[in-house]
Design a protein around this ligand. Sequence first.
Ligand SMILES: [Zn+2]
Ligand SMILES: [Zn+2]
Length: 278
Amino acid sequence: MTSAAGLDRGLLVAGDHVLVRAEGFTFVNEVRRRLFARLDQAVTDQRAGQMRRLLVRVNAIASHDRTEAEDGIVARATGYFNSLDHPTRKAMEEAASAERAATETVGRVRGLLRILRRYDAYSHETRSRVEELLRAAAAAEDRLTAGQTREVALWKKRFDDGAPLPPSPLHKQVARRHWIQRTCPHCHAGLGKDCVLAEGTRAGKVRQFPHDERLQPIVDERKARQTATPRPWRVYDLTCPDCGVGYNSPCESPAGPHRTRVELAKEYSRQHKPPPTK
Ligand SMILES: [Zn+2]
Ligand SMILES: [Zn+2]
């Protein structure tokens, strides 16, 4: 067998092009060296669970061209593992299966975060994914990377701070022709411009829907108008200035209501005066 150091030296003298490959080899060799060292230590410490996990990795990435020393470590670990009684091995298999499940959970977190990077808010579009993310992240416990933990924390904050979601998405309640005439207070998109993602790795890219902050005022104004504007006056709601007949009585004129009565009803409607409720 070739010594790793000798192989590296041979490549290093062959020029810069090979130097990069040599560094690659050095890295792989270093990973491999550490893996066997950890396995060796696990055998010495008789830590069966760790041993089993490391054996799986050793067989996956270093099944060929082992040195005698490496073969020795694997043989010791395998021997130890096979010497364990049935209940111990069963417990270990269970631990390993729990470990596999945890690894899958971490994978799910990674996948969800990748998708969620296209969004910048907790919304109808992101709700189910965010909820799943928070569950998966809680199950993954301390197995997430620092970066993943930060991203999860950001979604947790958006989830906690967000107003309760409206019964239906706001973008379905307000047509484009309405919101496009406003600026967005969240991403500062100008008149006639689409909203853009306000934060995250895709910040500045056009957003699928306008921000709720841009839509909410329009919905609120609509609601306010509906409650604030009284119904228009009917002609018979008021006393006729001309013939003096009162509420709900027709004018004493064969041609219909007097013009002044009609005009006054219009005027009261324009002034949003509340008509009589009797
Ligand atoms: Zn916006
Ligand atoms: Zn009249």
